[in-house]
Design a protein around this ligand. Structure first.
Ligand SMILES: *[C@@H]1O[C@H](CO)[C@@H](O)[C@H](O)[C@H]1NC(C)=O
Ligand SMILES: *[C@@H]1O[C@H](CO)[C@@H](O)[C@H](O)[C@H]1NC(C)=O
Ligand SMILES: *[C@@H]1O[C@H](CO)[C@@H](O)[C@H](O)[C@H]1NC(C)=O
Ligand SMILES: *[C@@H]1O[C@H](CO)[C@@H](O)[C@H](O)[C@H]1NC(C)=O
Length: 302
């Protein structure tokens, strides 16, 4: 997990909030998928995982200084985006909705399916941290919710509701960490595998009713403190940064392909690498937040 890279990531995600708000103020709910950058407590419900954040000093800056399972000192990217879009709070963890009644009450307000330590690929996680909820299962969990929605609102009603919801996804970092910890393979082939698998998940979500996607690409993972240890100068670990950079154009091409194939699909792709690199260059984020032209989003098409 990119805990070391979290705080710049959080700041950068405010920018995504601004961008999405600019392009579509009429989002009725958020459904969140991905890894520790957006998990709001699903992993609290897993028994056999090292990827937990429900103990101090996580949450020290969260309201009430409570460790909720967010891999952050305070709010995380899902929370900040929800705030930017005008929701009172970001949607709760799917696994906290343990009864059918809880699920039914929450499903038209948004749900968070993300799991710290998980990846785009099924095999990411168990080796490094133990039990996680891979993207495949997150999508299947959403399918369960869709079936409940159909029962309550009818298939057309559910489809109409979901067509106005935001599907926000932040994933891929753990796949890269795991790949880079093994012997060096073919990076191009790895990224292609990652983006085509990501594409399959997105298409599955589309088939369950998702239309508007907000995707964040991978930040400069080589600049995490744990990865800087792999560079004798203490600089960023270039192999992992180069992989991280390569993800953005590749997922961009995948998204463009999906949009031309799938009617009414729209997306915004945030360049996680450039956003974090921009803040590293001059760490005066607040000044930047207010003065920056949001030109890092090249693909806004809502
Ligand atoms: C975790 O352990 C608790 C208590 O033993 C059990 O009730 C629960 O079903 C387990 N959860 C999972 C996901 O295995
Ligand atoms: C790496 O994979 C790409 C894409 O699959 C392929 O075109 C290329 O030939 C491979 N490179 C090597 C050195 O095997
Ligand atoms: C990606 O790689 C995994 C094995 O690492 C393989 O099981 C899977 O089929 C590959 N997926 C694609 C789309 O190439
Ligand atoms: C180590 O960091 C320096 C910058 O400080 C960079 O030029 C170099 O490529 C990095 N080396 C590796 C092995 O990542």
């Amino acid at each position: 997990m990119a805990t070391g890279a979290l705080s710049p990531l959080l700041l950068s995600l405010c920018l995504i909030g601004l961008a999405l708000q600019r392009v579509d103020a009429a989002i009725n709910a958020m459904f969140v998928f991905g890894d520790s950058t957006v998990d709001v407590g699903n992993n609290n419900y897993l028994n056999d995982t090292k990827a937990k954040a429900n103990f101090p000093h996580y949450g020290i800056d969260f309201p009430g200084s409570v460790a909720t399972g967010r891999f952050s000192n305070g709010y995380n990217t899902a929370d900040l985006l929800a705030q930017q879009l005008g929701f009172p709070m970001s949607p709760p963890p799917f696994l906290s909705l343990s009864t059918p009644k809880c699920l039914t009450e929450q499903m038209f307000k948004g749900i968070n399916f993300a799991s710290g330590g998980s990846g785009i690929l099924d095999q990411t996680g168990p080796l490094q941290v133990g039990e996680v909820i891979p993207m495949n299962t997150q999508v299947q969990n959403f399918a369960t919710v869709r079936r409940q929605m159909d029962k309550l609102a009818g298939p057309a009603g559910a489809a109409d509701f979901l067509s106005r919801s935001l599907f926000f996804i932040s994933a891929g970092s753990n796949d890269m960490f795991e790949y880079s910890s093994k012997s060096h393979g073919n990076d191009t082939a790895f990224i292609a595998n990652l983006t085509s698998t990501y594409g399959k998940h997105l298409k599955a979500l589309y088939n369950f009713g998702a239309r508007k996607f907000g995707i964040v690409s991978i930040p400069p993972l080589g600049c995490c403190p744990s990865q800087r240890l792999r560079n004798q100068t203490g600089g960023c670990y270039e192999m992992l940064n180069s992989l991280s950079r390569g993800f953005y154009p590749a997922i961009g091409a995948t998204l463009q392909g999906l949009q031309s194939e799938l009617p009414e699909m729209s997306y915004a792709l945030g360049n996680g690498y450039e956003m974090v690199a921009y803040i590293f260059e001059d760490p005066q984020p607040l000044r930047k937040l207010f003065h920056m032209k949001i030109n890092l989003f090249e693909d806004i098409s809502f």
